[in-house]
Design a protein around this ligand. Structure first.
Ligand code: MG
Length: 244
């Protein structure tokens, strides 16, 4: 016993001695290549130089309905707004890992309650929803409120602004990984910052967003970013993505 303790202490001493003893030049631990690419940050919440701008208030060219038809949401005052029953819209481009910025606004005139008040949603790869909902004084199930990974993960806090006010989502999304046999080998992960407040911190995505039943994990590749028509006049603006 004593021998083994002494041996352990000696081993630690030797390891530390070697590592401390061998490197004396601070430059030995400097890495100079590769150099990160230069990116010019946007002013305020505007897009950085390497972002793909998905909506800047001038047109909806990056968007279409699920059947490929032209986006029929209303464009007004540099925002696009859900037109009830027109359906979800999704990007023509396909994405995997990304940083997303978008701004949303739930209707100033409050109607309905629970899931029927300012409901929309941001779906990554058309499958995984970060909920958009008017949760300012509006109670609903915790794993369905604004900033939830819908029916999977309750947000850490409720950072909702008042209905009619613009709110921000800054989201870092890592897509799930599948092996060649279609088995998920790494879950998707997501960090959501709502109005500057972290509400999902590297949260594991359990699988697809399901209204009824449990998440599923069929293999898939890159997919569109999708915005939900849940029947409420939710508006979006200033949407940009940086692929990671
Ligand atoms: Mg929704």
């Amino acid at each position: 016993m004593i021998k083994s303790i002494l041996s352990t202490i000696l081993t630690i001493f030797l390891i530390q001695g070697i590592s401390l003893g061998q490197i004396t030049d601070p430059k030995a631990t400097e890495v100079h290549f590769p150099q990160p690419e230069k990116v010019t940050p946007g002013a305020g919440t505007s897009a950085p130089s390497d972002a793909i701008v998905l909506f800047d208030g001038t047109n909806m060219n990056e968007w279409q309905h699920l059947d490929g038809s032209e986006a029929k949401w209303e464009m007004k005052d540099s925002a696009m707004t859900v037109v009830k029953s027109s359906g979800n819209i999704k990007t023509k481009r396909q994405f995997s890992d990304m940083q997303l910025h978008l701004e949303f606004r739930t209707p100033a005139i409050v109607k309905g309650e629970g899931q029927f008040r300012g409901n929309s949603g941001v779906f990554f790869q058309e499958r995984y929803e970060v909920q958009v909902l008017d949760n300012y004084g509006n109670k609903t199930y915790s794993n369905g409120q604004v900033g939830s990974i819908y029916k999977q993960s309750i947000p850490l806090v409720n950072a909702a602004k008042k209905p009619g006010e613009w709110q921000t989502y800054d989201i870092i999304y890592t897509a799930p990984r599948f092996n060649k046999d279609g088995i998920r080998v790494a879950a998707g992960r997501i960090t959501v910052i709502h109005n500057g407040v972290v509400i999902q911190n590297n949260t594991e995505i359990q699988g697809t967003t399901e209204y009824i039943g449990l998440p599923k994990n069929a293999p898939h590749g890159a997919g569109s970013l999708m915005l939900q028509d849940h029947g409420d006049k939710v508006s979006y603006r200033n949407i940009w993505v940086r692929t990671l």
